[in-house]
Design a protein around this ligand. Structure first.
Ligand code: PMP
Length: 352
């Protein structure tokens, strides 16, 4: 019996998420997934694991609300921001009619989640400066329920102009939600649009502990929105999305000391980023290092140099962005430790 025939038609066409770790990258230096390069030093406290955890651990919710400057009723916590991307579709999109819109090049999971659920997608590419094409979006709003905008944008590193976000919010009032994915916002903290939640009932903000908080292995993310949206997400989220040890570490990360540690991470990383960007810019094979408000750099190399695959074979795992950006030579490099960045520079200098 061919089990594949029983699998949902749209799922038959999918491939599993292709992270470099999953496809067997054999690296010493991992700069492909925008993780913070140094592990924080949290210890698990005593756990009661025979009981289910709290569905929405109150201490985590309260701490995050305080950190983000919102009310606890405006917060839901999930298994990473990735789960939240999908929960929004499950709660708001009618299969077969509703459409999700996003603006490539951008984060891949908006497409993956929609395809997994069999929800239609529409893309309106960003303009040549990687800002929103508001006119293009306006022409493509039929049946659009959710619009995903990533700021700072992955993989390009730029912020989306706040005036454009405001214009988008005003454009789609009463017909669609605008989701601002702020996974990297701690690296550019003054750029958050969280204070707009009071004025825009259809604004949603996604956050995570995976980046500046250095806890990608924890799988803990947050959605910030007004109560009717949070209530809808509560209806579709798994009964116990956060394991007890996850809530324990998240609580520590969101304590006063935890937040100070995160701010130190941001300072260190932004300093290293500035130094690394200068070193990269000085290399002859580099055509452009794009300004970044995030914890990675989007770099355009001379397209015939095959930088991504050459470094891959040396155990330095970067992220090839040629396909997503639609031009050869684009590579995204997460900011690593000083040693890791030095290893990249040394390897690049050897390419003739
Ligand atoms: N949004 C963006 C833009 C991301 O880059 C990522 C992680 N790569 C996520 C969301 C997902 O974050 P999490 O680890 O919390 O699922």
């Amino acid at each position: 019996m061919d089990i594949n025939q029983l699998v949902r038609k749209n799922v038959q066409k999918l491939t599993p998420y292709q992270s470099a770790r999953r496809i067997g990258g054999n690296g010493d230096v991992w700069l492909n997934a925008n993780e913070y390069p140094v592990a924080p030093n949290y210890q698990l406290t005593e756990q009661t694991l025979n009981r289910y955890p709290e569905a929405q651990p109150q201490q985590v919710i309260d701490s995050y609300a305080q950190y983000a400057g919102v009310n606890p009723e405006q917060v839901i916590v999930s298994r990473g921001a990735d789960e939240a991307i999908e929960l929004l579709m499950r709660a708001f999109c009618e299969p077969d009619t509703d459409t999700v819109l996003y603006c490539p090049p951008t984060y891949g999971m908006y497409q993956v989640s929609a395809e997994t659920l069999g929800i239609k997608t529409k893309t309106v590419p960003t303009k040549s400066d990687w800002q929103l094409d508001l006119e293009g979006i306006k022409q493509n709003l039929d049946n659009v329920k959710l619009i995903y905008v990533c700021s700072p944008n992955n993989p390009t590193g730029n912020l989306i102009n706040p005036e454009d976000i405001k214009a988008l919010l005003n454009l789609v009032k009463d017909r669609a939600l605008v989701i601002i994915d702020e996974a990297y916002i701690e690296f550019s903290p003054n750029s958050t649009v969280v204070s707009w939640l009071n004025d825009y009932p259809h604004l949603v903000i996604l956050r995570t502990l995976s980046k500046a908080f250095a806890l990608a292995g924890l799988r803990c993310g947050f959605t910030l929105a007004n109560k009717p949206i949070i209530d809808a997400l509560q209806k579709v989220i798994a009964p116990y999305p956060l394991a007890t040890p996850v809530a324990d570490i998240a609580t520590q990360a969101l304590s006063k000391e935890g937040i100070e540690t995160m701010r130190l991470h941001v300072t260190n990383l932004n300093n290293q980023k500035e130094k690394f960007a200068k070193q990269l810019s000085a290399l002859p094979i580099v055509e452009k290092v794009y300004p970044s408000e995030s914890n990675y750099l989007c770099v355009k190399f001379q397209s015939n140099k095959e930088v991504f695959s050459k470094l891959w074979h040396e155990g330095i795992i970067l992220r090839d962005q040629s396909k997503s950006i639609g031009q050869n030579g684009f590579v995204r490099i997460s900011i690593g430790t000083e040693d890791e960045c030095d290893a990249v520079i040394t390897a690049l200098k050897a390419i003739k």
